[in-house]
Design a protein around this ligand. Structure first.
Ligand SMILES: N[C@@H]1[C@@H](O)[C@H](O)[C@@H](COP(=O)(O)O)O[C@@H]1O
Length: 254
């Protein structure tokens, strides 16, 4: 690790490489999970589905001595309008990267049947109320979004836990940068997202943000005032959130 510091309540850790960031975040997350499983029958985790999570997911998938059979998994967002087998559906991405590799108690997929209804938001919100998240594994978008809470729809006091939103242009452009869709026109316009309160109600947050295309977003996250104009600034209010960076994403704040 190159550097670690605190910004308001947010712990920030900067690593040399993307790989080191992923394995170190996975070590700390596994430790946290083991401790939780010592005094809880079941632990609920929310996962982010994005390329930024690859190194972390790869490393946590091989962590030993975790009672994964007492862990329930959720995800934080899902497109509308994509066929259920579409590889860019976040449920499918996570199934491939992590869910299929672990003997989890249960995976709760968002919009599993692809029917795109308001009732689906309420169904998933009710599950999160019944099984409140203990840990959230997340990233920060180029536009500083958390899940799909882009600045124009982010609400730190959102009255609901899950909602359908429209993606802003920078968010769609990022999906193309990430290689998820060939053109902006092919990125779905609407998606389900867990809201900021739903994400921040977790006791622990591990936020993995590697890569130089995130440098500006990291700078905003740490230096702007805490407002929904920069949704990720909300992390600075959480009682146990850690931001994991590599040299590239930290290049404007070091
Ligand atoms: N579907 C993803 C989320 O799961 C992810 O947390 C967020 C940040 O992603 P990234 O780290 O790739 O910018 O973007 C999208 O909303």
């Amino acid at each position: 690790m190159i550097k670690e510091f605190l910004k308001d309540k947010l712990k920030v850790k900067v690593y040399n490489t993307r790989g080191e960031m992923g394995t170190s975040a996975a070590d700390l997350a596994a430790q946290c999970l083991r401790e939780l499983l010592q005094h809880k029958d079941e632990v609920n985790i929310i996962f982010a589905a994005a390329a930024s999570q690859n190194e972390f997911l790869e490393a946590i998938a091989v962590e030993k001595d975790i009672a994964w059979n007492r862990v329930n998994a959720f995800h934080m967002d899902e497109y509308t309008g994509l066929p259920v087998t579409h590889p860019q559906r976040f449920g499918n991405f996570l199934n491939k990267k992590i869910f299929s590799k672990l003997p989890l108690k249960k995976v709760y997929y968002l919009n599993e049947d692809g029917n795109d209804t308001e009732a689906e938001s309420r169904r998933y919100a009710a599950l999160l109320e019944k099984m409140p998240p203990d840990i959230t594994f997340m990233g920060i978008g180029e536009n500083t979004h958390l899940a799909f809470n882009d600045p124009h729809v982010a609400d730190f006091n959102d009255p609901v836990l899950v909602k359908i939103i429209d993606l802003d242009e920078p968010c769609k452009v990022q999906q193309v940068h990430d290689g998820c869709f060939p053109t902006v026109a092919e990125v779905p316009s609407l998606a389900y997202t867990l809201t900021i309160p739903a994400l921040l109600q977790s006791k622990y947050i591990f936020c993995m943000v590697p890569g130089k295309n995130k440098a500006q977003a990291v700078k905003y996250t740490l230096n702007e005032s805490i407002t929904a104009k920069y949704p990720s600034t909300s992390l600075r209010t959480h009682s146990d959130a850690t931001l994991f960076l590599d040299q590239d994403s930290a290049s404007l704040i070091l």
